[in-house]
Design a protein around this ligand. Sequence first.
Ligand SMILES: Nc1ncnc2c1ncn2[C@@H]1O[C@H](COP(=O)(O)OP(=O)(O)OP(=O)(O)O)[C@@H](O)[C@H]1O
Ligand SMILES: [Mg+2]
Length: 242
Amino acid sequence: MNETPERSETIVVRDLHKIYDTGAEQIHALAGIDLTVRAGEFVAIMGPSGSGKSTAMNILGCLDRPTRGSYHLDGEDVSDLSDDELAEVRNRKIGFVFQSYNLIPRTTAIENVTVPLKYAGVRGPEQRARAIAALERVGLGERLHHKPNEMSGGQQQRVAIARALVTAPAILMADEPTGNLDSRTSVEIMALMQELNDAGMTVVMVTHEPDIALHCKRMVHFRDGCIELDEVVKDRTIISTG
Ligand SMILES: Nc1ncnc2c1ncn2[C@@H]1O[C@H](COP(=O)(O)OP(=O)(O)OP(=O)(O)O)[C@@H](O)[C@H]1O
Ligand SMILES: [Mg+2]
């Protein structure tokens, strides 16, 4: 490594490419992304459908690998790890939230939130206490034993956020976390994300809705697999564009 990132630079991506090979054709989903995210930032990734947002998010979240280019996470090169190594980094550093919640059906909120702790090797009695604390933190202290089909969309997304938080990751990543929610519930979820960011968490999320993105502190716009615009937001207003 000839370029050692500063400690506060949590995510450092350079010339990142992703090419999907479908057999019939090669799709250049990311065409040279450069992005640095510092600890404590609150970033919205925006852009039209097909611009590469989810592809980028999956690589940033260690769910997938780039075709080429580098990705340093807290100074560690994670661009070329095996599946097992990638999973280990993900479990240690990242909480990931999906648009469709991805909860286990017919299973209570507590049990859903406990899942990552099992993988992390946390002892049984401690699992339950930590799951309850995470659910209380997202405002679901009264819904501990409810199953996904007994909760609203917003509540299910809160369970998913609790599950992402329960391992105490430094970074929360989310791909369209409000995509299935009405606007009032979306604003509530954004308030929760803001609270987590205020408490020191680095938050990176995808949204294609400008009014949702204005809850963040920075907006990074994708187009055709490239970053076309990087803006600073303060109090729901864009204050600089680069
Ligand atoms: N697994 C895959 N195999 C082949 N092509 C893919 C795959 N995933 C995504 N693509 C293609 O890569 C490009 C970028 O897709 P991506 O899902 O990253 O876009 P997006 O910005 O998240 O769009 P949306 O707003 O619709 O979610 C698109 O052309 C898409 O068709
Ligand atoms: Mg997407």
